[in-house]
Every structure is written in structure tokens, then in C-alpha cells.
Design a protein around this ligand. Structure first.
Ligand code: 9D3
Length: 247
């Protein structure tokens, strides 16, 4: 897959894209990520990319021509152009799965007080927001989308951590996890995890994953992929039972 990120601040993205899962996926040729400096397409000797809003008021608006010129150099028939914008559709794991099927994404980072409306209407295929908080620009959002999409590409993760096993892929939160030492400051690891019974461990993990989701993110249970047994646990929790009733 190819991902072009159009930004006025490529320096905000360089280092994060070089490390960890995304950096390794790039090295392995699983994803081809390029940073495209919008300023290179700005107007005139000063490469201006923004201007004051028609009708007055404060703030600067991203001009349409630099973005159009920039997209002309990177887009082809297979490209899917995404504007990162607080007014966009909410980015979720389901959207990440959709985007991961595309051969070419172009992520356009908004800035200033916004972008000229004609960009949204005519140059962009969809708009995405990563959540209800105010960022200074689309760059952190482009990084979030790039990371979430890249780790879904075949081969991006080791075999040990297939993305279909992620808690969010099943619609549940992760169960608690522990490592050595078995006792730290008088705090012991749950004995079932060190008892060597793999069946009991697997059941403990499933119960705790459903329990934690019920306690912390009950909204996720509406769409979670639950077995009939797991649904029974949820009903039990609602009637006052706890995880130890099912472990
Ligand atoms: C004064 C302008 N703001 C009115 C509320 C609108 C505004 C435009 C652009 C606010 C922030 C930004 C910069 N943010 C993004 O470009 C952005 C974003 C975000 O702020 N939150 C969540 N997701 C995203 S995706 C892009």
C-alpha cells in the first residue's frame, strides 16, 4: 500500500514514521509512506498557502490552488483522498479496516482555521476526525490513521500478534496481563496464570476481558462479537454476579 501525507509541517511526522511497527513495515516494503510538503505548491515567491476569509473575521484559510496543484502530482485513478478535519466522520477500527483495503491513500492535513470549502466539495473523497478534542492541525490525526491502517497490512505485525486477535478487533477490551516477578511488593499474580492449566488460563482471560469491558466500556458490548456463553456472563454481571462466578 502507498500512503501520501500532504502537510505544511512534514517535520512533525518524520521521526514517528521511522520507528516501531510503522518504521519496520516501511523497511520491509509493506507500506510506501511519503511526506508531501504542501508549501512546495504555494503561490508566488513566498509560496503562500493560506489567506484571509471572504466576509471578514479572523484566522487564515488554506487556499484551494496549492492543494489542487499538490494533488495533481500525487493522485491517480486508484487514490482515495482523505481530509483530516474535526468535522469529519469519526475514525474507528472499522474505518481503519476499510482504508487498509485501498491501494493508495492521500491524507491531507488541515491547518489554520480550516480549509476552503471547495477543497472538501471537489478535491476530497471523505473527511475523517479522530475524536472530539481540538488539535492544532491534522498532523497528529494523520499519524493516528497511518499507524492504525499500517498495522492491519499483511506482514506488518509478527505472527505472535495477528491483528484479528486484538481486543478491539473482537470488540472487547484486553484482559489483565502480568509478567515476572510472580510476587512484587506483596502483590501476587493471579494463581491461575502460573498454575499451568492452559484451559483454565484461556477461560480466565475470556471472562476477565468481558468483565473489564462490562465495567469500563459497556457501550462496546452493543456491537461486540460475543459467544452465547459470553452473553450469559454479561447477563450475570448485570444481575450482580462477578467474574469469580464464572472462572
Ligand atoms: C477556529 C477553528 N475551529 C473551530 C472549532 C475549527 C478547527 C479547525 C481545524 C479546529 C481545529 C482544527 C485543527 N484540527 C484538525 O485539523 C483535525 C482534528 C481535530 O482537531 N480533532 C480531531 N480530529 C481532527 S482531524 C483534523
Amino acid at each position: 500500500m502507498r500512503i501520501d501525507i500532504v502537510t505544511l509541517f512534514p517535520g512533525m511526522l518524520e521521526a514517528p514514521l521511522d520507528d516501531s511497527i510503522v518504521g519496520r513495515a516501511r523497511q520491509r516494503g509493506i507500506v510506501d509512506i511519503r511526506l508531501v510538503n504542501l508549501r512546495a505548491h504555494g503561490a508566488g515567491r513566498h509560496q503562500v498557502t493560506d489567506d484571509a476569509p471572504f466576509g471578514g473575521g479572523g484566522g487564515m484559510i488554506l487556499k484551494p490552488e496549492p492543494l489542487a496543484a499538490c494533488l495533481d502530482t500525487v493522485r491517480d485513478a486508484a487514490s482515495h483522498v482523505v481530509l483530516l478535519d474535526p468535522a469529519g466522520r469519526r475514525f474507528t477500527q472499522a474505518v481503519a479496516r476499510e482504508l487498509a483495503r485501498r491501494p493508495h491513500l492521500i491524507l491531507v492535513c488541515g491547518r489554520y482555521e480550516g480549509v476552503d470549502e471547495r477543497v472538501r466539495e471537489h478535491l476530497v473523497d471523505e473527511e475523517l476526525s479522530i475524536g472530539d478534542y481540538v488539535l492544532s492541525g491534522g498532523e497528529p490525526a494523520a499519524l493516528v490513521v497511518t499507524d492504525a491502517v499500517t498495522r492491519l497490512l499483511p506482514g506488518a505485525l509478527g505472527d505472535a500478534a495477528a491483528p484479528e486477535h486484538d481486543s478491539f478487533a473482537r470488540g472487547l477490551l484486553e484482559h489483565p496481563q502480568y509478567t515476572r516477578p510472580e510476587r512484587f511488593r506483596d502483590w501476587a499474580v493471579p494463581p491461575v496464570l502460573v498454575g499451568g492449566d492452559h484451559g483454565k488460563v484461556a477461560r480466565w482471560r475470556r471472562v476477565m476481558s468481558v468483565w473489564r469491558t462490562w465495567r469500563r466500556r459497556p457501550d462496546l458490548l452493543e456491537t461486540a462479537d460475543l459467544s452465547p456463553e459470553e452473553q450469559k456472563w454479561v447477563d450475570g454481571f448485570s444481575q450482580g454476579r462477578g467474574p469469580s462466578d464464572y472462572i
